[in-house]
Ligand binder design. Structure first.
Ligand code: GZL
Length: 315
């Protein structure tokens, strides 16, 4: 008799709980380590991640800005592990040096999703999936644009952050094509670390060294190109005319510079990765199998289309 009343009491409890609404679903705790705020591209990327997390009530986001320092990223990833987050997301400042902390995450059974830049790690089991651009292809697009436009002469290359996959790949794709075109010659190459201020400083050194003998500037991102444009004008030359300029990202200020005739082309690199990142997080937690790689679709914008396209741009 006692047993039956216990069963009824238990059923009544279950019914009452469900009558007052099911117990709140456990949130998915995500720790994200962002590189920094070095460029307009990065700021747009951060905005995309944070705003997307806010749209998803089942996501609890712990967001950290590493101020472009790898040691800060490693430290905060360790703290995410200690806090036992459900998923770790990050964009590596540079390609190497993350293997130990990725092994610690794996040992703690915390899956890692990489977006944007990549890591150079043999053991690909250390992360679940990568979502980002094909930056070797972006470098190829830069070279093919120069050739299609019939550009000739001395190229100054402004490299992104040394050791980053973005800089390595954009140079690799570019050189793969240019090496077969003797009319294009890289005579200067130096890192501006993807920032506007360093881009201006590096361009000043380029101009001091080669001045009017620079025919083309290839900047690995728009922010460095915009810094370079200031230096070229202060030097007394016309950016986009005396020195042709092409860069990567496709930020708002690049479109403005193209409308003003100071930048000749920008190769798009999409920073709005928030929705794809959190879709991957939710799919992962739902037990779905994720592709190892998801490449974002991108375009190329010559100055001639800047005025028409600019109103459609989201970053
Ligand atoms: C590219 C990204 C680069 C951008 C820069 O995917 O990693 O980092 O081109 C940013 O603007 O700093």
């Amino acid at each position: 008799m006692k047993k039956i009343s216990f069963v009824w009491a238990f059923l009544a409890l279950v019914m009452s709980v469900s009558a007052f609404g099911a117990a709140p679903k456990k949130k998915i705790n995500v720790g994200f380590s962002q590189i920094g705020a070095e460029s307009a591209w990065r700021i747009a990327d951060t905005e995309s991640i944070i705003s997307e997390a806010k749209k998803r009530p089942n996501i609890e986001l712990k967001f950290s800005d590493a101020q472009q320092k790898q040691e800060n990223q490693i430290k905060v990833i360790r703290s995410f592990i200690a806090q036992k987050v459900d998923v770790i997301g990050f964009t590596p400042v540079v390609e190497t040096g993350y293997e130990p902390v990725l092994r610690e995450a794996k040992k703690a059974k915390i899956p890692v999703i990489i977006i944007d830049r990549t890591v150079d790690v043999k053991d690909t089991s250390l992360w679940v999936t990568h979502i980002g651009s094909d930056m070797v292809e972006e470098g190829r697009k830069v070279a093919k644009f120069m050739i299609a436009k019939g550009w000739k002469g001395n190229i100054a290359e402004m490299v992104g952050t040394v050791g980053s996959s973005a800089a390595i790949d954009r140079r690799q794709g570019f050189m793969e094509i240019v090496k077969n075109h003797p009319e294009l010659k890289v005579v200067l190459s130096k890192s501006g670390n993807f920032t506007r201020s360093e881009g201006k400083k590096v361009m000043e050194t380029f101009l001091k060294d080669k001045g009017k003998n620079i025919n083309i500037l290839y900047a690995h991102n728009d922010d460095m190109a915009i810094g370079a444009i200031q230096a070229i004008e202060e030097y007394g030359l016309r950016p986009g005319v005396d020195i042709k300029i092409i860069s990567c990202d496709g930020i708002h200020d690049a479109f403005q510079a193209m409308i003003e005739g100071k930048l000749n082309c920008t190769v798009e690199c999409n920073p709005l990765l928030g929705p794809q990142f959190f879709d991957a997080v939710e799919d992962l937690k739902a037990g779905k199998k994720l592709p190892k790689e998801t490449i974002t679709k991108e375009s190329i914008f010559p100055m001639e289309v800047a005025k028409d396209i600019m109103p459609t741009r989201k970053y």
